[in-house]
Design a protein around this ligand. Structure first.
Ligand SMILES: C[S@@+](CC[C@H](N)C(=O)[O-])C[C@H]1O[C@@H](n2cnc3c(N)ncnc32)[C@H](O)[C@@H]1O
Length: 229
């Protein structure tokens, strides 16, 4: 707890991310990943594999944009750095260790700090010029830190991904507590057809509530050129 408070105080980040709880949530994820490693590993591996299969391993002079990059838990950064010439990480705030890694990367890992609930023209331009864009475990989070209607936030995020020549969208779309029925996390908002789907035990029994909490995760491929699939 003391370490978490210290990290909250020293992490350089915009005021809005400190005030609306994004910084506290991101620090919380770092500790939760460690506590729940056994039940999170399958989900994190599934995300990494989906991305690796989508982008392929052939090294090319291409660039990648990752939206909601956070701690990069669900990415194999070493693999992506071999595959892509340049990677831009976009988040409302970047954990200290990612800021240090970027500063040592000789420009190959670039950070942009911005609120993705309302993408700026700079972000739209970046995404439309990137070879690939990946949004992983961000979509369902957008309403948590915004006062805007969820459908508008989801539409805007999907429209942003559609600007990219090739994109991957991974998101938890529903949750269930214990044996209760699945409950949509995205108000049943229509998404592209998922190419893969898995369940993720996000809260094993006793983690935050007595009942275990499971998430249904979907992964989609989006191509601006339909012949490119
Ligand atoms: C569940 S985390 C997933 C992070 C990352 N994929 C990982 O593996 O650690 C969601 C991320 O989205 C970011 N995020 C949430 N809402 C955002 C917003 N409105 N603008 C930019 N980033 C946001 C959070 O800061 C966090 O890093």
């Amino acid at each position: 707890m003391i370490l978490e408070l210290l990290e909250w105080a020293v992490t350089p980040c915009p005021w809005f991310a400190r005030r609306n709880g994004l910084l506290a949530a991101q620090i919380g994820i770092r500790h939760r990943v460690k506590r729940c490693r056994a039940t999170w590993n399958g989900h994190l591996e599934a995300c990494r594999k989906f991305v690796a299969d989508a982008v392929g391993s052939r090294t090319a002079d291409e660039n990648l944009v990752i939206l909601g990059s956070g701690h990069l838990n669900d990415f194999d950064l070493a693999f992506l750095q071999r595959r892509f010439q340049k990677i831009t990480l976009v988040d409302a705030l970047h954990p200290i260790e990612i800021q240090i890694q970027a500063s040592l990367s000789r420009g190959r890992l670039r950070l942009i700090t911005t609120d993705l609930s309302s993408p700026t023209a700079e972000i739209e331009d970046l995404v439309s010029r990137s070879s690939w864009t990946i949004s992983s475990c961000l979509l369902s989070q957008l309403p948590l830190f915004s006062n805007e209607d969820s459908p508008a936030l989801f539409d805007r995020h999907l429209a942003l991904l559609q600007k990219s020549p090739r994109a991957v969208l991974i998101s938890d779309v529903a949750k269930r507590l214990g044996s209760a029925p699945w409950e949509s996390l995205i108000e049943n908002h229509p998404l592209p057809h998922p190419a893969a789907e898995w369940s993720w035990l996000i809260s094993p029994p006793g983690e935050s509530v007595p009942d275990p909490e499971e998430r249904l995760v979907q992964a989609c491929l989006m191509h601006s050129d339909p012949s490119d699939s």
